[in-house]
Write a protein that binds this ligand. Structure first.
Ligand code: GAR
Length: 202
């Protein structure tokens, strides 16, 4: 096993952020595996193309969330990762899993949290009528999209935007900020506090 900072990426779908992380080729960071819970997710193809180990674990094969999460833990244990990245992983992880990897899980969300948590955030932003939205990288706590914020990217909403065009712009921004957040964490530059604020060393 290399002495690099090892990361595991969890994704359930297209995997454009997984690919952005791999392509960013972050110094001293190794993408150790992809974990996916959906059999025909395109992200599995992407992992294959980059010769990255993939672990397919369909959640529907498990009777309970805890059984599913226990199996994840047992399958990823040997990779001994320093950080888990939820990049479009469409399963809520229970406090059991989150506490097991305390402060070692980050999530990507397509809005400026705490606005528009949950599903279809770009649609929520359009319907609300905000003029700016964006994307957020945050530590995962036991709420949904509630953890301490590490980085955010800002996107202006134009009158001409619809859900598709907005999602495209948000994706492009996500592909920029997620690798930056991972790099900063790997360099030990991200400091958490007792409260919600996260500080980044220059
Ligand atoms: C990303 O836009 C990410 O922000 C979103 O899923 C997408 C995955 O895209 N995550 C959430 O909505 C989590 N609440 P990708 O599969 O192309 O990387």
């Amino acid at each position: 096993m290399s002495d690099k900072f090892r990361i595991g990426v969890f994704s359930s779908g297209n995997g454009s952020n997984f690919e952005a992380i791999v392509k960013a080729d972050i110094p001293n960071v190794e993408v150790s595996f992809l974990l996916c819970n959906i059999e025909d997710a395109y992200v599995l193809e992407r992992a294959k193309n980059f010769s990255i180990d993939s672990i397919l674990l369909p959640h529907k094969n498990f009777e309970s969330r805890k059984d599913f999460e226990k199996e994840i833990i047992s399958r990823i244990q040997d990779y001994d990762v320093d950080l888990i990245i939820l990049a479009g992983f469409k399963r809520i992880l229970s406090p059991f899993f989150i506490n097991y990897f305390e402060k070692k899980i980050i999530n990507l969300h397509p809005s400026l949290l705490p606005s528009f948590p949950g599903l279809r955030a770009p649609k929520q932003a359009l319907e609300y009528g905000v003029k700016f939205t964006g994307c957020t990288v945050h530590f995962v706590d036991d709420g949904v999209d509630t953890g301490p914020i590490i980085l955010q990217g800002l996107i202006e909403i134009l009158d001409s935007d619809d859900e598709e065009s907005l999602m495209k712009k948000i994706h492009e921004k996500e592909h920029e900020i997620l690798p930056v957040a991972i790099e900063l964490i790997s360099e030990g530059k991200v400091k958490t506090t007792e409260g919600r604020r996260v500080f980044i060393d220059n």
